[in-house]
Structure formats: C-alpha cells, structure tokens
Design a protein. Structure first.
Length: 378
C-alpha cells in the first residue's frame, strides 16, 4: 500500500515494529543524559537513586542483563503478533549484528543502539517520510536499519526526506532545560561539555515522538533551541501542507507519554497540568486522565540497572482504530478507565518498559492509516 499516515487513531493498515536484538548496553555520555534527563533523578515517584556519572565529559558503557533483553525481545515479538492478529501488516527493521559495537563520526564515537524505538528518528507526515536529526549519539545511524522499508514506500510513490544531520559536539546541545528543570527531585549533574574542533554552536535535533499528529495540524513539544531550530525547518519544508503548534517544555523531549489522541475529540492526558499547556482548540476536547496505579506494576531492579522512564510510560498506548487501543496488560487501572469510555482494550505484555525507554507507541511507526489531512482544530 502507499504511504499514508496523518493521525494517531484512524484504522491502522501497516506499521513498523522495532527490534531489540543485540541490545547489550547503555552508554552514559552527554547526549544520553540530556535525552533522559527527566528520569535520571530521584523523587518519591521515580526509582529512588541517582546514578553516578563522570563529570569530565567522558562516557561509560553500562551493560544490560541478557535476561532483560531476552524478555524484551519476547515482548516486542508479542506486540508484532498481536498487531498481525488484528489484521495489520507488520514490517520489521534490519537487526543489529552482534559484531557491530560502535559508530564513529568526525567528532565522536558511540555504542550502537538497535532500532527499537522506531517512532523517534522518523516522522511520517501524510505521504512523506522524514528522517529527523537525532538527539542521542548512539542512535545517529538508526534509520539505516529501516532503509529497505523506506525504499519500498519510495518506489510506490512516497516522498522521502532527510533533515540536516547535526555534528553533535558538546557545544551543539542547548543545556538550558536540564539546568533549569528539577521535576520534583534532584537532577543528575550535567557532564562538563568539552570543546571540539568541529564546534558550530547549537544545531537542530528532534524526534518524531515530539509530535502529536492531528490531520493537518501537528502539536510539537519544544524544550530547547535544538528542538526550535528543527521545528523552524519543518514549518518551512511543509509550508501550506501542515500547521505546527508549539507547546513548551511539557517534558525534556517526547510528547507521547504526556498526551495522545485516541480519536477525534478525545485525548489521553497525563495530568491537568499537561492539559492546561495544550493549544486552546485542544483544551475543548474530552480529556481522559487515568488514576495513578494502585500498586507497583513494575519489576524490581537492582542498583546497577539503569531506569530510563517514569511510571507514566504505560500511557504510551497505540490506537489500532478509533475504538481499539493496545495497552500494557500490567496497567489494570488504565485498562478499566478506557473500557469505561467504551474503548476496546487489547492487553499486551511489556515488562521492562522502564529499562528501555519506550512503550507501544514508541516501539511502532505507523506508515499506513486510513485518515487524511482533515482539519480538526479549525
């Protein structure tokens, strides 16, 4: 089928589901710590510790226990199987080879991350694939694993664009959000940025998961100059085709554990505070704010396991159509809330979402939906 994806809820026909094969480690360095800034903290509702990290600008590679990776792969395969059982065509990216340890550019070297959270480095707007400028060095070449899929859609008539790639030296990053945000607890110290011969100042960096797609209208979370530059580019590139609405500092980056559109007129929202920051036309939509979990629905981890997401990660659901939603089976309060609103909930297992930084929306990239460029915001 031809590439066509304008929203988050219309009937889903084709989707990419990520891969976690040979996911061996997290590399703690400046870009990683900035990306996960909001969750590398300590408070009463986050995992109760601060990780220790070097302050001299160096990096450290933290191994992930193989048991967690094996169980993650089982769960991701289960997501793919569930979608296929619902009549959705599922595409999978190339796997990372076990002998691919790192990538190198002019300015730095980093570990390779598998194409698991495929929502991040690609933005699908209508009939166009946009490879976005990455925010984490280890993910710099991640879209290469999706090339065969993109090439097939291009052969069928899709547009295919790559946004300018950042050099990603330490000086490329706007540190202001991390330096001013505490999110209810002490933050990790920012690693000491180091000068580079390739410094060019702030550059555009941006993830597709910062966007809420509503037909012609795209709501975008902007927290840094890096994000703002990227949205400037998107506005110029899509002038006359899409309208971009900026919201500021909903989070360090992604919007899809803050607010998701389940159908026209209905939003799943983390809190009243998030709802108040949305564009005025959206504030008139029906807001579903689920209750907090009554118990701890998360695995218990050891002190050397790096936790990357907040307990709100289970709001990261995936709509298959305006009435059907994939939800983590470990989140009964959310399931009950959605069923009370007359949604058909498909429970799916996803155990280690806090270790790998993503939920069902993150792990998927919807490439074909029935919806078009409707005007939902007026």
């Amino acid at each position: 089928m031809h590439l066509n994806s304008y929203d988050e809820w219309s009937p889903l026909r084709e989707v990419v589901v990520g891969s976690a094969l040979n996911y061996t480690s997290h590399e703690r360095e400046l870009s990683f710590d900035l990306f996960f800034h909001d969750n590398l903290i300590r408070s009463e509702w986050y995992y109760p510790r601060l990780a220790v990290s070097p302050s001299d600008g160096s990096s450290e590679r933290l191994a992930i226990k193989q048991r967690y990776v094996d169980e993650l792969n089982e769960d991701v395969d289960g997501i793919a199987s569930t979608l296929e059982s619902l009549g959705v065509t599922v595409h999978r990216p190339l796997d990372v080879r076990s002998d691919t340890a790192s990538v190198r550019t002019l300015a730095w070297e980093a570990a390779v991350v598998p194409p698991l959270n495929v929502r991040d480095n690609t933005l699908i707007l209508g009939d166009e694939i946009v490879e976005t400028p990455p925010m984490v060095r280890a993910r710099y070449f991640e879209t290469q694993f999706l090339k065969p899929i993109f090439a097939r859609y291009f052969a069928e008539g899709a547009r295919w664009t790559v946004m300018p790639r950042p050099l990603m030296t330490d000086s490329s990053f706007d540190l202001s959000y991390a330096e001013s945000s505490s999110i209810g607890g002490p933050t990790e110290p920012i690693r000491n940025p180091q000068p580079s011969a390739y410094d060019v100042g702030f550059e555009m960096m941006f993830d597709g998961a910062q966007c809420l797609r509503l037909g012609r209208d795209i709501v975008v979370n902007v927290s840094t100059v890096n994000h703002a530059y990227a949205v400037d580019w998107l506005e110029r590139h899509f002038e006359g085709r899409f309208r971009f609405h900026r919201v500021h500092r909903l989070s360090d980056s992604h919007i899809d554990s803050m607010v998701l559109a389940l159908r026209p007129g209905t939003l799943l929202v983390r809190s009243e505070a998030v709802a108040e920051k949305l564009p005025a036309p959206l504030r008139s939509w029906d807001m579903i704010i689920p209750p907090p979990p009554e118990g701890n629905n998360f695995p218990t981890y050891a002190d050397d396991d790096l936790v990357l997401t907040s307990p709100f990660i289970d709001l990261n659901v995936l709509s298959v159509d305006p009435d059907t939603v994939l939800v983590n089976e470990a989140c009964p309060e959310l399931i009950k809330t959605l069923e009370q609103r007359k949604f058909t909930v498909v429970p799916v297992r996803h155990r280690h979402r806090r270790l790998f930084g993503g939920g069902f929306h993150c792990f998927t990239l919807d490439t074909v939906r029935d919806g078009g460029p409707e005007d939902y915001l007026g």
